[in-house]
Design a protein around this ligand. Structure first.
Ligand SMILES: Nc1ncnc2c1ncn2[C@@H]1O[C@H](COP(=O)(O)OP(=O)(O)O)[C@@H](O)[C@H]1O
Ligand SMILES: [Mg+2]
Length: 385
């Protein structure tokens, strides 16, 4: 029987059919849970590029913790995060009075010093107290509390201070609590030089990267097989290679090839339902165009005009670029170009490839830049050469 539903999940935060190549980080977290308060895995920071699988890892951590009878509070960083955390920790009737305080007061410096004062002095204390009370309940039955913060690079300092303070106290009291922060690599540099954030420096770093192609190949083959559509031989090789080991692309490639094969073979039986080279090639092309819309476009939108100029200069090369040649192409000195090189390295858009060389860290970004170079130049107000 051929399945009717596409098993692949090419959308942010959706748990994939097979979580490929993440055994180490899952084992680290599991150890943290089982080894009790003070274990390294009880305080973690998970970093990696967009689409590498950070949100999915947090979902997996949540599942593991819940299996052990823990309670999990998952937040995504944005203004007012600590306050939202507090609201979720407090018994319903008590949170009532808090929800009445307009949350905008925190940002509106002008008229509401009371709100600011509250955030600075009371919130960390209250958060710690609320977590402590919740832990009193949970620990009675051998449970604990896991707090996960996604998109941590976007957190406001006051929120992080509140959470850090609460965390430090509860950990020193040996409470059964765990914190995991996930975010873009820039989060490390954003917080780690801040004195108040020394606690994050102690967090176990887990850098998520691309997954090995042998594991990708196996997972693709298994997933297709489980739906009654075999993917083997050359089509499997094409599919595997096209993913570049990038988790989001694995889902896109799987999804679009499956879709093509399923549609073509809708009324067929037996061996005829296997994926063909043509299915694989067309599916990869579909996947690539979706990757551009959902990853490359937004990634570039978040960069400054000069960052983009730097990337366009790199895209002229077929492989790693020499940093001095890039500076020359930009018409700038090496020192100036170096500032943008650092920024792009930090954002994990590019990576170092030996001495004085850089390359793209996001799969197919080179191809995307080339294809859209004229348009990008236009938006930057640069001449079209
Ligand atoms: N280890 C993995 N193996 C296979 N697919 C994965 C893996 N991790 C994530 N994915 C898929 O990649 C996509 C992006 O995952 P997500 O967790 O949203 O990334 P991030 O939060 O880092 O931007 C999702 O479609 C998800 O199903
Ligand atoms: Mg995410």
């Amino acid at each position: 029987m051929v399945a009717k539903m596409n098993p692949f999940k090419p959308s942010a935060g959706h748990v994939p059919p097979v979580l490929i190549g993440r055994d180490m980080v899952l084992a680290d977290f599991e150890e943290g849970l089982d080894n009790g308060s003070g274990a390294p895995g009880r305080l973690m920071r998970v970093t990696g590029a967009r689409g590498i699988g950070k949100t999915v890892i947090l979902a997996e951590f949540k599942r593991m913790a819940e299996q052990r009878g823990w309670q999990v509070i998952s937040e995504t960083a944005s203004a007012g995060m600590a306050r939202r955390l507090l609201d979720r920790l407090r018994p319903k009737q008590r949170s009532f009075s808090f929800s009445f305080e307009p949350s905008v007061s925190v940002m509106n410096v002008g008229g509401s010093l009371g709100g600011i004062h509250y955030e600075k002095t009371q919130l960390p204390l209250t958060l710690r107290e609320a977590m402590g009370l919740r832990l009193d309940e949970l620990e009675k039955h051998g449970g604990g509390l896991l707090v996960t913060i996604d998109e941590a690079q976007a957190a406001e300092r006051s929120d992080m201070v509140a959470i850090a303070t609460a965390s430090q106290h509860l950990t020193s009291e040996d409470r059964n609590i765990a914190f995991v922060f996930a975010g873009l690599p820039s989060m490390s540099s954003k917080w780690l030089n801040d004195d108040v954030m020394t606690f994050l420096r102690r967090a176990q770093p887990e850098r998520l990267g691309d997954v090995p192609l042998t594991a990708v190949s196996q997972a693709l083959a298994d997933t297709f097989d489980s739906t009654g559509i075999p993917l083997v031989g050359e089509p499997l090789r094409i599919a595997t290679h096209a993913t570049a080991g990038y988790p989001f692309m694995i889902q896109l490639v799987g999804y679009h090839i499956w879709h093509r094969a399923r549609r073509r073979t809708a009324n067929m039986k037996g061996d005829a339902v296997a994926v063909t080279v043509e299915d694989a090639e067309l599916g990869v092309a579909d996947a690539l165009s979706r990757l551009g819309d959902t990853v490359h476009g937004p990634e570039l939108d978040g960069l400054s005009p000069i960052d983009k100029t730097y990337l366009l200069a790199m895209a002229q090369d077929d492989g790693p670029s020499s940093t001095s040649v890039i500076a020359e192409r930009m018409g700038k000195d090496v020192k100036y170009a170096g500032i943008y090189r650092m920024r792009l390295l930090e954002a994990q858009v590019i990576e170092e490839k030996g001495y004085g060389k850089v390359d793209f860290a996001i799969p197919y970004l080179r191809e995307y830049l080339r294809e859209h170079a004229a348009y990008i130049r236009m938006t930057l107000g640069l001449p079209d050469d």
